[in-house]
Design a protein around this ligand. Structure first.
Ligand code: PLP
Length: 393
């Protein structure tokens, strides 16, 4: 009998990728499926970024690079943190990885010992708890609800932190809730974190520019600069520039831990793709209008979708602050549907009977909800809503 490690048995495959795969399977079998499960923008990568990659290939930039990223890309990242976030970093505080997912994975492996606690607010990006488990840490989930716009309170954070806590994860704007913390809310959370000097902080800023609060983007370091020596700022080009397939993410933080993350990467994947690094550099250094255009489209779709979802029986949806997700409650619909008692069962029914793929909230630690991605055209969204209406009616 072939033996599996306890590490791999502790985790599950990514449920969001699973929904996307299932939708693709049904589609391949001839069914008409609308996929609202995917976590990626529907736009093409902007031309000037693609051209930078083509030029890199033609210039022979097709070899190994420095493990932690090319000096040119690291400079572009340092300039980005300065320009957009008012944060100062040296090259030895930056690590470029094969996607934001690897950045967090490196961090978990670099700082967690067995049993170390990692505090994760729910609803969370599906991968945080599982990556913590692979690193043999212990996810400690803080539950939230629509009442606080799916944001944690300082009291909740204070109750979750203790001497076993090694890491606190904050993701704003959030996948899947679409909510962003205000600067004042972050200040209140930072005040709690100041009482626990052994706790490191990961701020996952992956959706930074996809925001329409009218306020500038801010993270926990903007709220409390004194947390600089124990905070990791994670970001990447996947969502902002519609570059999910290029696999470039980056992390900034204390040189000691960034160096440890680099060591892990050097013994696993080595450098991220040389060609993708050239493209990412063009994305960060180049014109930023392309981002604004995508955000405008996302906002339009968001406004349509929130209004339309609130018209559906048993569905309640808050206005989001950004990202390309909404996270409505389907609890009323679950309660009203014969033979259905969970969000997972309802999602399965909606996939089979409405031909609409969405991800059940329990995947994100918030049962009774669904995550709908609006990284798809308005006409498709309208058709999806019409189909949901038929099955839920
Ligand atoms: N962080 C969050 C909150 C995300 O939603 C994602 C992607 O879904 C990532 C990080 C990782 O992105 P990638 O590995 O594609 O760069």
């Amino acid at each position: 009998d072939l033996q599996l490690s306890s590490r791999v048995q502790a985790i599950k495959p990514s449920p969001t990728l699973a929904v996307t795969n299932k939708a693709a399977e049904l589609r391949a079998a001839g069914q008409d499926i609308i996929g609202l499960g995917a976590g990626e923008p529907d736009f093409d990568t902007p031309d000037h970024i693609k051209n930078a990659a083509i030029e890199a290939i033609n210039a022979g930039q097709t070899k190994y690079t420095a493990v932690d990223g090319t000096p040119a890309l690291k400079q572009a990242i340092i300039a980005k943190y300065k320009r957009d976030n008012g944060l100062d970093y040296e090259p030895n505080q930056i690590l470029v990885s094969s996607g934001g997912k690897q950045s967090f994975f490196n961090l978990a492996l670099a700082v967690l010992n067995p049993g170390d606690e990692v505090v994760i607010p729910a609803p969370y990006w599906v991968s945080y708890p599982d990556m913590v488990l692979v690193a043999e840490g212990k996810p400690v989930v803080i539950e939230t609800s629509a009442e606080t716009r799916f944001k944690i309170t300082p009291e909740q954070l204070d109750n979750a932190l203790n001497e076993r806590t090694r890491l606190f994860v904050i993701n704003s704007p959030s996948n899947p809730s679409g909510m962003a913390y205000t600067l004042d809310e972050l200040k209140a959370l930072a005040a709690v974190l100041m009482k626990y000097p052994q706790v490191m902080i990961a701020t996952d800023d992956m959706y930074e520019p996809i925001l329409w609060t009218g306020q500038p983007f801010c993270n926990i370091l903007n709220a409390e600069p004194a947390l600089y020596d124990r905070t990791f700022v994670l970001n990447g080009v996947s969502k902002a520039y519609s570059m999910t397939g290029w696999r470039i993410g980056y992390a900034a933080g204390p040189a000691k831990i960034i160096g440890a993350m680099k060591k892990i990467q050097s013994q696993s994947t080595s450098n991220p793709s040389s060609v993708s690094q050239a493209a990412a550099q063009a994305a960060l250094d180049g014109p930023q209008e392309c981002v604004g255009e995508m955000v405008k489209a996302f906002r339009e779709r968001h406004d349509y979708l929130v209004a339309a979802l609130n018209e559906l029986p048993g569905v309640e949806c808050l206005q989001g602050d950004g990202t390309f997700y909404v996270f409505p409650s389907f609890q009323g619909a679950i309660d009203a549907t014969d033979g259905i008692s969970t969000d997972v069962e309802l999602a399965e029914k909606l996939l089979q009977e409405a031909g609409v793929a969405l991800v059940p909230g329990s995947a994100f630690g918030a049962p009774g909800h669904m995550r709908l991605s609006f990284a798809t055209g308005l006409d498709v969204l309208k058709e999806a809503v019409a189909r949901l209406k038929k099955v839920l009616a």
